[in-house]
Ligand binder design. Structure first.
Ligand code: ATP
Ligand code: MG
Length: 417
């Protein structure tokens, strides 16, 4: 127990952390290019926020949340997703009174009690964006374009954009009845969860991962065939905007984001290259969520993008993530006086931004060189009695083994080169 991380969590060791830095910087860059600004919200929120914001009928709220009561008897939940907290902050800080559209991005840990497998963890991480204040399909196309540009910049080639419309509460009513009618004779064969969904939110049955349910919903009435004029026009407009931007897509009528507050656009970026958990990014429009959470009626649209699945896909595509350099300089020394000179030099070089290491293990000079090789130092400075007496240090290029002797006064400039 003591030496094992909890099930479904993963340590991120330095050999992996640099990859995370890489994708995080790239995501922030793309978001800033698109005019999105970062928002950070707490790791935990009031449980009620997710009950409202994600919806009581969803898997997340019904069985996946890490919820507890704190010592003040507040019901608290570790955030299972990123949209509700951003909506909460948008309302709390009255950001709807500021310039619209309001565009945010985030980079967060999420917690869901799920069955861990490749690409499915209990603590995982997401990038996301949200746009508030407009129901224009240019906003939907904009975030899809952002996701697409980011995935391309990350070297992902093998991924498909699928889009759908889940309609609005008005047109969904008719579809809901048709769907229930279709599923009625199959009710007994549905899985436990889907039998429960049948009355509460039958559209979610379309999204069930159980192969039995997936078979049962084949041929089910499609939301696309039930769209009202407004929703159909919006969907046509979205497709036209994507086409105008040169973004390829396929219409997949089975994509649902079956929450009551989700409206119109639903989309996913899906890959075959990482096995069953192939949805790297999922998003959609939520024109009633801000109101549901207590703000003024404000349309919104956003997506969440799983960082673990992103990295798995990048690996599968052979995407290149540049490894950070090792040390620029290793200072090898012999004797107490050399150590003092080395410490001074190391501090000065570090303050000037060079990556500098010096032995702190009491190694002899031969082993210091061995270590310099192991950490991939580019150059080694040697300081010994002779060097101190001659007021000059030797700099060895570790790749070419070339050695130059430089007067002490010029050593910093030479190394900064
Ligand atoms: P799935 O259908 O795979 O369960 P989801 O619809 O529950 O996904 P969202 O809530 O839309 O997922 O979250 C957005 C993204 O976060 C997903 O597309 C995926 O990349 C990632 N994600 C979701 N759940 C997990 C998890 N348990 N572990 C790792 N990544 C996850
Ligand atoms: Mg899920």
């Amino acid at each position: 127990m003591l030496t094992k991380a909890p099930k479904g969590t993963k340590d991120m060791l330095p050999d992996e952390a640099y990859k995370w830095h890489y994708i995080e910087k790239a995501f922030a860059d793309v978001c800033e290019t698109y005019g999105f600004r970062e928002m950070r919200t707490p790791v935990f929120e009031h449980t009620e926020l997710f009950q409202r914001g994600v919806g009581d009928t969803t898997d997340i709220v019904q069985k996946e949340m890490y919820s507890f009561q704190d010592y003040g008897k507040r019901n608290i939940t570790l955030k299972p997703e990123g949209t509700s907290p951003v909506v909460r902050a948008f309302v709390e800080h009255k950001l709807y009174a500021g310039p619209q559209p309001a565009k945010f991005y985030y980079n967060i840990p999420c917690f869901r009690y799920e069955k861990p497998q490749s690409g499915r963890l209990r603590e995982f991480h997401q990038f996301g964006v949200e746009t508030f204040g407009t129901d224009d399909m240019m906003a939907d196309a904009e975030i899809i374009s952002l996701a697409s540009d980011f995935l391309t910049a990350m070297g992902i080639t093998d991924i498909e954009l699928r889009i759908n419309s889940v309609g609005c509460p008005e047109c969904r009513k008719k579809h809901r009845e048709a769907l229930k009618e279709f599923l009625k004779p199959k009710y007994d064969e549905l899985c436990d969860t889907c039998r429960d969904r049948y009355d509460r939110n039958p559209m979610r049955i379309l999204d069930c991962k159980s192969p039995v349910c997936q078979k049962l919903v084949q041929g089910a009435p499609l939301m696309l065939d039930y769209l009202c004029d407004d929703c159909r026009n919006a969907f046509e407009e979205l497709k036209a905007n994507l086409t105008a931007m040169g973004i390829a897509f396929t219409v997949d009528p089975n994509i649902v984001r079956g929450l009551d507050y989700y409206t119109k656009t639903a989309f996913e970026f899906v890959t075959d290259s990482i096995g069953a958990q192939g949805t790297v990014c999922g998003g959609g429009r939520y024109d009633h969520l801000v109101e549901e959470i207590g703000g003024p009626a404000t349309p919104g649209v956003g997506f969440g993008l799983g960082k673990e699945r992103l990295l798995l896909t990048m690996e599968a595509c052979g995407a290149d993530i540049p490894e950070p350099d090792g040390a620029d300089v290793f200072i090898a020394f012999m004797g107490e006086e050399a150590k003092e000179a080395g410490l001074g030099l190391m501090r000065e070089l570090r303050q000037k931004g060079l990556k500098v290491q010096m032995d702190i293990m009491g190694r002899n000079i031969k082993n210091q060189f061995k270590y310099a090789n192991r950490i991939n130092a580019k150059k080694t400075v040697v300081i010994g009695q002779d060097e101190l007496e001659n007021d000059s240090f030797a700099i060895k290029d570790m790749e070419t083994s070339e050695q130059v002797t430089v007067p002490m006064a010029r050593i910093v400039d030479e190394l900064l080169g």
